[in-house]
Write a protein that binds this ligand. Structure first.
Ligand SMILES: [Zn+2]
Ligand SMILES: [Zn+2]
Length: 295
């Protein structure tokens, strides 16, 4: 057996052992069962609707960007918040908010609305299983979908930077802001929005996730995508919670917007490490002096 095959078999059996230990320590039945029962009892029709995942994604996105935009507009007169900004001397302007909102609404009207209509007309109601996933299945499902999405977007992103036509036609619009703020998350071409929406929908199906896990992944995906662009480095940010620099987060993605030849992965760091496309703030300041001064 090759070394890599042996290691992946070992890693899989370790995960399964950990799952068994976790299940043994937990009481009979899923910890999520009471929540799932409550949702089924009170929101059965809403959750069965094929429109529910779309409504959940859109409302999560606007809630998060609403919170961040509120902070952006208050930050100049609120030093304790401004101190967490990656670029404390660069305020987010109303012009920036209006421009990004205009493109977001345009994309939603032109691409999301027809896709939603098609789902409503042709997609059957979501079957709701009686049992909730175990907490382990729920968390592992979200991790698996996030790893898969991260890999897919890494390849898409690298390709759309390396092929000039693809960059000009589809990805350049997202790079119009070199110091992103939360609303830049969906300031993108219709093709890019369609691609990320497609993977976010299909990946949980590919991994056979429970619908509760699917919705958990959708919310988590939007949360971390918005955090990537938020322009803040809060103590609770994912890259601070995850050890060993495994998560790139807002500092790495912010650098990608300033230095588009590096940091292609949206969330994790391993693909950029393996492909030699990783860069950190230290690399940038060493190679270019003060990178921020020219932007
Ligand atoms: Zn971006
Ligand atoms: Zn890019």
């Amino acid at each position: 057996m090759s070394t890599s095959r042996y290691l992946s078999t070992e890693a899989l059996s370790w995960l399964l052992d950990l799952g068994n230990v976790t299940s043994a320590l937990l009481p009979e039945g899923s910890l999520l069962q009471p929540l799932w029962d409550h949702l089924q009892q009170h929101h059965h029709h809403l959750m069965r609707s094929p429109l529910f995942p779309v409504a959940l994604s859109i409302s999560t996105y606007f809630l998060l960007v609403g919170l961040y935009t509120g902070l952006d507009l208050l930050a100049p007169s609120w030093p304790s918040v401004n101190g967490y900004k990656l670029h404390p001397h660069k305020a987010v302007t109303w012009v920036g908010v209006r421009t990004t909102l205009r493109v977001t609404f345009y994309n939603h009207l032109l691409y999301m609305f027809p896709a939603t209509l098609a789902q409503w007309l042709w997609r059957p109601d979501t079957p709701l299983p009686r049992d909730a996933p175990t907490l382990w299945e729920f968390l592992l499902g979200i991790l698996g979908c996030t790893l898969l999405f991260d890999f897919q977007y890494y390849l898409w992103h690298l390709l759309h930077h390396r092929v000039p036509w693809l960059y000009r036609t589809f990805h350049a619009v997202h790079h119009q802001y070199n110091r992103p703020f939360s609303l830049v998350t969906q300031y993108m071409s219709g093709w890019e929005l369609f691609t990320v929406g497609f993977w976010a929908t299909v990946d949980p199906m590919l991994l056979g996730c429970h619908c509760l896990t699917t919705w958990g992944f959708m919310v988590f995906n939007i949360y971390v995508s918005t955090e990537d662009h938020c322009g803040y480095d809060f103590p609770w940010a994912m890259h601070r919670l995850m050890p060993l620099g495994l998560w790139g987060g807002s500092p790495k993605h912010d650098l990608h917007h300033q230095r588009p030849g590096t940091n292609f992965a949206p969330f994790f760091s391993h693909w950029d490490w393996l492909a030699g496309t990783d860069s950190s703030a230290t690399d940038v300041s060493e190679s270019t002096g003060d990178v921020f001064s020219r932007l």
